[in-house]
Design a protein around this ligand. Structure first.
Ligand SMILES: [Zn+2]
Length: 298
């Protein structure tokens, strides 16, 4: 009997030990679960924190202002700032101008999401990039063009009037054909060009329309990708010269002399100069962007 009791006691103590072990295991497992959950939470929160700045238009304003300030305060010598064609491109790409905001979500082009993605990919491979659009169109001023009244950002409109007068004093007549163009107007232009070249949207993603698409993109930006959306892009026209032959005109000759001094004096820079790689469309000698003369001096 006593043996039995001993055996029982020993068996019960073994059971107790097993039970304590089991509990320890359960607690350890629970602790591991809690730690994993906490670690995952911290990871998710930290990755969201990294992703957060993609709303960044304010940041771009800050960059713009810093750049402008640096240009004005850190350079001792003053004088016209010299640019290569490629430097004009880089300089403009880093600007965010007043009364504009960056396009973050690319606008719809066709009714086919995959076709749109394909078009954007081909466009971006050529150097097109999403641009800025006017914030408040009420602030725009009217300017005369060969195609009727157009809108422009106020300081750019004033600068245009002065530039036009300066050319006039040299006996050169220069006019405008296009300034501000909304995203939906650009969509119409782009769709018309796709239709004109006979691009088959349904077949676009298999690459069979690439040649036609490239032809369209050589002259027309997809909606969201045009510098005209900002109200700072100007298309000049020199009477006596066909629009696309601006490069051979007296207007062009006057504007480009001495690293575009006549244009820079009034705050204009070439939008798509010829010696630039991957800028989107083929060079467009007639298009200028107003950036402000204060940014164009050292
Ligand atoms: Zn243009």
């Amino acid at each position: 009997m006593s043996v039995d009791i001993k055996a029982e006691t020993s068996s019960s103590s073994k059971n107790q030990k097993k039970s304590v072990k089991r509990r320890l295991l359960t607690v350890t497992a629970l602790l591991l679960c809690v730690l994993t959950a906490v670690a995952s939470y911290i990871f998710i929160v930290s990755s969201n924190t990294v992703k957060a700045p993609d709303t960044g238009s304010e940041e771009l304003v800050a960059i713009d202002e810093t750049t402008a300030e640096e240009q004005l305060t850190t350079t001792v010598e003053t004088g016209p700032r010299q640019f290569t064609d490629n430097e004009f491109k880089i300089f403009f790409n880093n600007l965010l101008q007043s009364n504009t905001e960056r396009v973050v979500n690319p606008p719809k082009i066709t009714d086919d999401i995959l076709a749109d993605e394909y078009i954007r990919k081909v466009a971006e491979d050529r150097g097109y990039r999403l641009r800025s659009v006017v914030n408040d169109t009420q602030l725009l001023l009217q300017v005369d063009t060969e195609l009727g009244a157009a809108s422009a950002q106020p300081r750019a409109a004033d600068a245009w009037v002065q530039l036009e007068a300066s050319l006039s004093r040299e006996g050169i007549d220069m006019r405008l054909t296009s300034v501000y163009r909304s995203v939906s107007e650009q969509l119409d232009v782009f769709l018309n060009q796709l239709a004109f070249e006979g691009v088959n949207i349904a077949q676009i993603t298999n690459g069979s329309q690439d040649d036609k698409l490239e032809k369209v993109l050589a002259t027309s930006a997809p909606p969201g990708y045009s510098k005209h959306h900002s109200g700072y892009g100007f298309d000049f026209f020199c009477p006596g010269f066909e629009f696309r032959n601006f490069k051979n005109s007296t207007c062009h000759e006057f504007l480009v002399a001495d690293n575009y001094q006549a244009a820079k004096d009034y705050g204009f820079i070439p939008s798509y100069p010829s010696e630039t790689d991957l800028q989107g469309p083929d060079p467009e000698a007639w298009e200028y962007i107003w950036v402000g003369s204060e940014r164009l001096i050292n």
